[in-house]
Structures are given as structure tokens and as C-alpha cells.
Design a protein around this ligand. Structure first.
Ligand SMILES: [Zn+2]
Length: 144
């Protein structure tokens, strides 16, 4: 997780001043993140982030309901300025659509299953892209 966060936050991050990290168990993971960061020379955050110190830790809405009560106020996306209305989940959003093909995939070979999963993700992303453009087009049609 440390490596992923450091690599993701460093990609096209020139001048990045703040960082919002959303992770299923961020409340636990964050506790020694800075210690691990300083102890491991192979990972680092962008210098602008380290200088600003503006790192916010959150837990996705699906996972936060399973945490203890004290986690809610400290890590809910609902109270983070600039987080908007995101749910902070990624893989979980495709569980529903995958449910219909999982039984079929069980009998597939590993390579066939990989191809089938790729097609499912491609289809999911394509539908998301198409619906995004429809929403955008509708927004463009609304008169000023
Ligand atoms: Zn928690």
C-alpha cells in the first residue's frame, strides 16, 4: 500500500499541494505511514506534499460502516472539504455487474477467465464512459 500511494501521488504531481488518501482501512494504515516513509529509502511522496503536510486520510463509504464509531467522524468523506460526493470505493462498484457472470467463470481456464474478466471490466468502463458523456451532453443542452 505504501508503494502504491507513493507512486500514484508522484505521477504528474508537480506542485501538488494536498493529498486525499482513501483506503478501506486507512484509519489503521495511516498510523505509521510517515514512519515507514522515512525508514524506507525506496518510497517517497512528492516534495510539495511533504512541505505542505496536507494529507487527509479517509475510508470509503462502503467500508466505513464496518468500522468502530470513532472512525466515522475522523474518516468520513462527508466531512472532507473538496471530497465532493465520491464514495471512495472502486472495485466494489463492479461486484454487482460481475455477479451475473461469476458462475460461468468458475469453469473457465485461468487464461479464459482473465479474458472474460477483461471484457467485463471493459464493458463496465465503456458503459460508465457513455453515461458520463450523456450526462455531459444533457448539461450542455440546458440554457443559461
Ligand atoms: Zn477505522
Amino acid at each position: 500500500m505504501d508503494y502504491s500511494i507513493c507512486k500514484a501521488s508522484s505521477f504528474n504531481a508537480d506542485g501538488l499541494q494536498s493529498l486525499l488518501i482513501i483506503y478501506d482501512v486507512c484509519c489503521q494504515w495511516k498510523k505509521k505511514f510517515m514512519h515507514r516513509l522515512t525508514a524506507n529509502p525506496t518510497i517517497s511522496l512528492p516534495p510539495s506534499i511533504l512541505m505542505s503536510g496536507d494529507i487527509t486520510y479517509a475510508v470509503g463509504k462502503f467500508h466505513l460502516s464496518a468500522h468502530i464509531d470513532e472512525c466515522y467522524a475522523a474518516h468520513t468523506l462527508n466531512y472532507i472539504l473538496g471530497a465532493g460526493q465520491i464514495d471512495g470505493e472502486l472495485m466494489e462498484t463492479i461486484w454487482g455487474p460481475l455477479k451475473g457472470v461469476v458462475q460461468t467463470m468458475r469453469s473457465m481456464s485461468l487464461e479464459h477467465r482473465k479474458e472474460a474478466m477483461d471484457q467485463q471490466f471493459f464493458n463496465h468502463n465503456w458503459k460508465k464512459l457513455i453515461s458520463t458523456s450523456t450526462s455531459y451532453a444533457i448539461c450542455q443542452l440546458v440554457p443559461n
